[in-house]
Design a protein around this ligand. Structure first.
Ligand code: PAF
Length: 283
């Protein structure tokens, strides 16, 4: 595996791979790898010829009060894990490589970015994600790009950018990877102390409880959300949001007629965690 720092190096390597007839897979990351990231790398390794993983803690998607300066960083560890998964290129640029002096462009997706995480974290969050992901697509020109379904709203935003800007890349959303007790893997789980770590399992338990109610035939959002809310309340967790939204448009859902996303975000100890389940329209 090669670690590359510049756009020119990545472009040169991708060009050679394409000349040799290889397809290109991209896994965009901010590092602090866990099994969720590794599952994306495995999918890319299985499906594409040249596997590029980007490692860039993107400053533009953090608000001033967020954890940019403390976000876990350990490039040597991440490089070892990526190499073990058969990744070909780890693209780990410095911020000025991505945002040189005079950088002035931002991509804003209307409609689906001012709700949920966009409302909690600020609209700039998804502008930052959309802009950096579009840049990475321009740099790597992947055939397929891999994202985790845990960031369900992010996946929808990226899909919308690809559709609206006619970008020639297939977006693959890979299933959420969970700890044995159900907690969704996240780089931010390292912020949890023992008590918060135990409390954090309530997020998935709440979503599970709601999914069970749905499977039992409930279609109304009120009934589904109350089942989840009851589990959070047992753990004294007050969610930033707990919402049922259409799985494609993110419009609020009052009664499930087609696939919906049940999404939760909560502060647990020192971490802000998110999770979601897809609730089937035809279950
Ligand atoms: O999901 C992430 O880690 C980031 O939002 C991404 C997609 C790498 C963009 O910085």
């Amino acid at each position: 595996m090669r670690i590359l720092r510049t756009i020119a190096e990545v472009r040169g390597t991708v060009r050679e791979a394409r000349t040799a007839g290889q397809s290109v897979g991209l896994v965009p990351t901010m590092g602090a790898f866990h099994e969720g990231h590794l599952s994306l790398m495995r999918a890319a390794r299985a499906q594409t010829g040249l596997v590029v993983v980007s490692l860039f803690v993107n400053p533009t998607q953090f608000a001033a009060n967020e954890d940019l300066s403390t976000y876990p960083r350990d490039e040597a560890r991440d490089a070892g894990l990526a190499e073990a998964e058969g990744v070909d290129i780890l693209f780990a640029p410095e911020p000025f490589e991505i945002y040189p002096d005079g950088f002035a462009t931002s991509i804003h997706v209307s409609g689906i970015t001012d709700v949920l995480d966009g409302a909690s974290r600020g609209a700039h969050h998804f502008d930052g994600v959309a802009t950096v992901v579009t840049k990475l697509f321009g740099i790597v020109r992947p055939d397929v790009a891999y994202f985790g379904q845990k960031d369900a709203q992010q996946v929808l935003v990226v899909r919308r950018v690809v559709r609206d800007l006619d970008l020639d890349v297939r977006i693959e959303a890979c299933p959420i990877v969970r700890e044995p007790d159900g907690l969704a893997m996240s780089s931010r789980n390292v912020y949890l102390d023992a008590d918060a770590r135990a409390q954090a399992t309530a997020l998935n338990r709440a979503l599970d409880a709601a999914a069970a109610v749905r499977r039992a035939g409930e279609r109304d959002a009120d009934g589904i959300l109350s089942a989840a809310q009851a589990v959070l309340a047992e753990e004294s967790l007050v969610p930033e949001y707990l919402e049922l939204r259409d799985a494609e448009t993110l419009h609020p859902v009052t009664r499930i007629e087609r696939d919906a996303l049940l999404l939760v975000a909560a502060r647990v100890g020192a971490a802000r965690l998110i999770d979601n389940h897809i609730l089937k329209g035809d279950a």
